[in-house]
Design a protein around this ligand. Structure first.
Ligand SMILES: [Mg+2]
Length: 238
């Protein structure tokens, strides 16, 4: 973990969903099934696991570029198929019971006793039900799910919407996410504190330059509540 300046007073904590809360395997599994569906219609064989893994790891290391566009180009032969790929991915993209990381709910519960909490995530509407099923319902104040809100990260509007919902300003807010391009950079550009969780779509071995982009870099969520609560602003009861 890097030692650095988060906001001195934190009133709200936002968190990405894929990577911090649920395994990104849920997404890669869905995209893989969708790719095979389209490839079957194209008369191609199923996706080669090694090739898929290589493309996925390249995206994780680069921390930029849409994965759907890359696989549409490389594995479907046409980048324009990324929309079709997206549509075919949605029905397969779920968060089954048991796929939430064990450290996510304890973090949310601990934070929620003292600060406003929220999710800011590029997710389908069904993610709300998954989070409620897994016990997060009472620990989340702001439900920033792109399919419901109408904004997608990394747009400035999405974070601005979330701040407005939380009733605070960027300098008293922190965003937790596992990607530099859609989480850390846009949040930082708006003035939020940033915590980079290096699992899922994050690289296995982040470079010093990548680590320097976030205020704090952690391998998981186990230390995050203590880190934030040391700076919690208006404490609320219950
Ligand atoms: Mg993520």
């Amino acid at each position: 973990m890097t030692a650095v300046p988060l906001p001195e007073r934190i009133d709200v904590v936002f968190c990405d969903v894929g990577g911090p809360i649920y395994s990104d395997d849920n997404f890669t599994h869905a995209i893989w099934l969708a790719l095979d569906e389209i490839r079957a219609e194209q008369g191609r064989p199923p996706v080669d696991p090694a090739e898929f893994r290589t493309l996925y790891d390249e995206m994780r290391e680069a921390q930029s570029g849409g994965f759907r566009a890359t696989v549409a180009r490389e594995l479907l032969g046409d980048v324009a198929l990324k929309r079709e790929l997206h549509a075919r991915t949605v029905p397969w993209w779920t968060h089954p019971e048991g796929t939430a990381y064990a450290d996510a709910l304890p973090m949310f519960r601990a934070l929620h006793r003292h600060v406003v909490t929220g999710v800011v995530a590029n997710q389908e509407a069904a993610t709300v039900e998954a989070l409620r099923r897994d016990g997060f319902g009472d620990a989340i104040d702001v439900w920033g799910i792109s399919a419901l809100v109408g904004h997608e990260k990394p747009s400035r509007e999405f974070f601005a919407w979330a701040l407005e919902q939380a009733g605070t300003t960027a300098q008293h807010a922190v965003h937790i996410g596992n990607r530099l391009d859609t989480d850390i950079r846009p949040a930082r550009a708006l003035g939020l504190g940033t915590i980079w969780v290096t699992r899922g779509e994050a690289p296995d071995h982040p470079t010093p330059e990548q680590v320097a982009e976030a205020d704090v870099t952690v391998p998981d969520l186990s230390s995050v509540a203590a880190l934030v609560l040391a700076r919690a602003g208006a404490r609320r009861v219950g």
